[in-house]
Design a protein around this ligand. Structure first.
Ligand code: BGN
Length: 352
């Protein structure tokens, strides 16, 4: 038999519960929290969607110009036809195809097959030249590489139309190192320079990290009378130059400038310092570094884990100028393990 006081206890609990819900429903705090949660869910949803998923090929509004520029042939990986006469007229100083600032597309939907199909005017090895004029500079894009195929896919998808719009004649070189050897950016850039210059007499060599995507195609990928540091404003550094002497990320030098400082040091294994050492080399040889304005030199950095910094880099930098003559591009020995002209880039893997 249920006792009287137990019924009472039950009723009190029910009334307490009812009053809790009533209080909750009339409380402005409850509605505020409810609204806040909804806004939070909506904001999360919006931020995970990629609204900048535009097609860079379609940003050129004029269909005829687009066809001329990309010269679709419908075939993949054609070699240059050397007997084909190159156009005589020089391209305009500032290409008419430039579109200015566009946030780069970073999407899971980017895939090699589509990229290959889209950029089928690129010749074997990732080479291109404008079909209707003579490019003002022949540019080699040199990319030190290890494992980051996800980045490479997005980079290649972004960089081809970017360079095409600038009406450059160019080649893209991905330089990989035997995985038994610690990554060495400076050494790989030296190799890239040597390998690219064996093929063509390029006017300009651009040292380019695979995780940096230029945002504005007025950031012209060409060389000047002095070395250029190009990745001035990177989103990771709030679009500000982290320090004046920085020369990493993306920079451009001519063959003469590279040889004048004996390229990069080959001694910076692991992360950091090789670019600072290069800056010192330039200073040592009385060269200043050119930079463009922040708004044209903007870059998006693809996300990745920070590699462990090389603890020896401080010592190497402080003793660097004693080695300029004997540690660089002129004294580098390496063996090519693999060299392939892929449709969208030249791949070279080396060992020491
Ligand atoms: C610096 C690195 C550079 C790198 C930039 C940007 C060093 C040497 C310290 C004396 N330099 O700190 O190599 O490009 O950051 O990430 O670590």
């Amino acid at each position: 038999m249920i006792k009287h006081h137990e019924i009472l206890k039950h009723e009190v609990t029910v009334t307490k519960e009812a009053s809790f819900w009533r209080q909750l429903l009339v409380s402005p705090r409850f509605y505020f929290a409810f609204l806040f949660i909804q806004v939070f869910i909506l904001a999360t949803f919006i931020s995970t969607r990629n609204f900048t998923n535009y097609d860079p090929m379609l940003v050129i509004k004029d269909q005829k110009v687009q066809e001329e520029l990309f010269n679709n042939t419908g075939e993949h990986c054609l070699a240059w036809n050397t007997s084909e006469p190159a156009p005589e007229t020089k391209c305009a100083i500032i290409s008419p195809y430039l579109i200015g600032y566009r946030k780069p597309v970073i999407s899971d939907e980017i895939n090699w097959e589509d990229t290959l199909q889209k950029y089928n005017s690129v010749r074997c090895g990732g080479r291109f030249r404008p079909s209707n004029c003579k490019a003002r500079q022949k540019v080699a894009l040199l990319i030190p590489f290890r494992d980051r195929y996800e980045h490479l896919k997005i980079f290649i998808h972004h960089i081809h139309p970017f360079l095409m719009r600038q009406q450059l004649e160019y080649g893209i070189y991905i330089i990989d190192l035997d995985e038994r050897i610690q990554f060495n950016r400076g050494l790989l850039l030296n190799v890239a320079f040597l390998e690219a210059s064996k093929e063509f007499d390029y006017d300009c060599y651009i040292f380019h990290d695979v995780d940096l995507l230029p945002e504005n195609d007025y950031n012209l990928y060409r060389c000047s009378d002095l070395p250029r540091h190009m990745s001035v404003a990177v989103d990771k550094f709030n679009y500000k130059l982290p320090y004046v002497e920085i020369f990493g990320g993306v920079s451009a030098m001519t063959k003469e400038q590279i040889l004048f400082v004996n390229g990069f040091s080959n001694k910076f294994s692991g992360w950091g310092g090789e670019d600072d050492d290069m800056y010192n080399r330039l200073k040592f040889r009385h060269m200043t570094v050119l930079r463009s304005m922040n708004d044209v030199s903007k870059y998006t950095m693809l996300k990745h884990k920070q590699s462990p910094p090389n603890p020896k880099r401080f010592k190497l930098i402080s003793t660097g100028m004693k080695r300029v003559g004997k540690d660089g591009v002129k004294n580098l020995k390496y063996k090519v393990m693999k060299r392939t002209d892929y449709p969208l880039y030249t791949y070279v893997k080396i060992t020491l």
